[in-house]
Design a protein around this ligand. Structure first.
Ligand code: GLN
Length: 489
């Protein structure tokens, strides 16, 4: 049931907020032992929040837009009084004394917190396998990864454990797990949503966005999440348009560009390619003009990202020294120096992937190499952005697969970091250019696993993105043709 319909039924008293919350808590109890989407379930708080909504309705108070909507939140968004771990030993047991701006807005809009979801440690990964607390599983096939880093948030929505959830996307961490789990995932324009209270990974790339079962629900959440925040200097002051209204705009004449470089990838699964091209054809039938465009620098995205993101991460993660907060290794302070204690705390508190990123980033920023690596990467980033600028002079939205393949098996890429990094080949360029992008289901492979379609739009063109995605979703009805999958609601 979509959020708009739920709101009407709640208003009419046909269903209570408590019933909706209890339904999801029961679902979590039934399936989360096998899915492991949640690191913590906040049942008592959820029931109390839902009861407050029901009391407000009974008293005839006006209901806020997300009244009673049960949400799961990625565990790298600070929630006051609720543990926030980033799936890291480093922050195990950390209880933030403040609330992130974006979650604060959701609670003010009446949403209910069901719990915090699993992720790759500090959001570094594409499978949740780097979580210090064990991976999440894909509800379509429990032997496969849900994608990452926001794998828990995507799996929770796919398994019907919540109505919607939040993730963060630095190089694809919303869109890739959305594709793997057969749900909608939206990464807004860089700066559209406040990052205040989001634990920083790579500050020039990080953006928070929703996972939902429909494009209309993504529009509902973005409406509440978006907008200026004096606490985040990179948050845009641009007014927030009416996203629900944008969904209804007709599609005739919208120009959709197929990015040639995406379809030429040697590693692209032919089933994914066929499914995404069929979706493009469907858009043509709906009235869009299809155009082939070229973004020659698209393939340089990975190399650029894996210099910039680790560089920013190495600076952001320097604060975890075992002194101010975070994990502290046992040390004999009379014998060991502070440096030894710090080094030991970081070696024990961070997992391998996080340490690898810190090392890469520190190297790329070091005095002798900063020009060769970091500065060069920034220059290529500008060229990638220009490619997009050029493409948007002839088209309204760009279309590609979200991921070169469908959900892979556990362990498939854990021995080879480079193979794992390649999973983000198609999602990274939008982060480097700061553009909004969405992934939505467009079909299934012969294993019955979902395939994701990615649409990318220009800066602050979320209305166009949501409009095209919504029309496609309504016409294609992909989920109606889904193969049977035991766990998927
Ligand atoms: N998988 C990519 C990485 O490991 C992207 C992660 C993200 O978007 N948070 O960096």
């Amino acid at each position: 049931m979509g959020i708009a319909l739920w709101r009407e039924q709640l208003q009419r008293g046909e269903v209570s907020a408590r019933e909706l919350t209890d339904h999801h808590l029961a679902r979590i109890e039934a399936v989360d032992p096998s899915v492991h989407a949640f690191l913590e379930v906040t049942s008592a708080r959820a029931r109390a929040d839902a009861d407050r909504i029901d009391a407000a309705r009974a008293a005839g108070d006006p209901l806020p837009p997300l009244a009673g909507v049960p949400l799961a939140i990625k565990d790298n968004l600070c929630t006051k009084g609720v543990r926030t771990t980033c799936s890291s030993r480093m922050l195990e047991g950390f209880v933030p004394p403040y609330e992130s701006t974006v979650t604060d807005r959701l609670w003010r809009a009446g949403a209910v917190l069901l719990g915090k979801t699993n992720l790759d440690e500090f959001a570094m990964g594409s499978s949740t396998e780097t979580s210090a607390f064990g991976p999440s599983r894909n509800p379509w096939d429990l032997e496969r990864v849900p994608g990452g880093s926001s794998g828990g948030s995507a799996a929770a929505v796919a398994a019907g454990e919540c109505v919607a959830s939040l993730g963060s996307d630095t190089g694809g961490s919303i869109r890739q797990p959305a594709a793997f789990c057969g749900v909608v995932g939206l990464k807004p324009t860089y700066g559209r949503v406040s990052r205040w209270g989001l634990v920083a990974f790579a500050s020039s790339l990080d953006q928070v966005g929703p996972f939902t079962t429909s494009v209309a629900d993504a529009a509902e959440l973005l409406q509440v999440m978006a907008g200026e925040d004096p606490r985040d200097a990179t948050c845009l002051k641009a007014p927030v348009p009416d996203y629900a209204a944008a969904l209804q705009q007709p599609l005739e004449g919208v120009r959709v560009g197929l990015i040639r470089e995406c379809f030429d990838q040697p590693g692209l699964d032919p089933q994914v390619k066929a499914s995404v091209l069929a979706a493009a054809e469907q858009l043509r039938i709906l009235g869009c003009d299809l155009v082939e465009v070229s973004c020659p620098r698209f393939n340089d995205g990975i190399a650029t990202y894996y210099v910039i993101a680790p560089s920013e991460a190495s600076a952001n993660l320097a604060r975890y020294d075992g002194v101010k907060y975070g994990y502290r290794a046992a040390a004999d302070l009379s014998a060991d120096s502070l440096a030894v204690m710090t080094a030991r705390s970081r070696a024990e508190g961070f997992g391998d992937e996080v340490q690898r990123r810190i090392l890469i980033g520190t190297y790329a920023l070091s005095a002798g190499y900063v020009d060769a690596f970091y500065r060069k990467a920034q220059q290529v980033r500008t060229l990638i952005r220009r490619d997009f600028d050029h493409a948007f002079t002839t088209v309204d939205v760009l279309l590609s697969p979200t991921s070169p393949g469908t959900a892979f098996r556990f362990g498939a890429h854990t021995e080879d970091p480079l193979a794992m990094y390649l999973a983000d080949l198609l999602t990274i360029p939008a982060n480097l250019a700061g553009l909004p992008a969405i992934s939505l289901p467009c079909g299934f492979d012969d294993q019955g696993l979902p395939i994701g379609l990615q649409l990318i739009a220009g800066v602050l063109e979320e209305p166009k993105l949501l409009q095209v995605a919504h029309h496609y979703e309504q016409a294609a009805q992909v989920m109606a043709s889904r193969p049977q999958a035991a766990l998927v609601a």
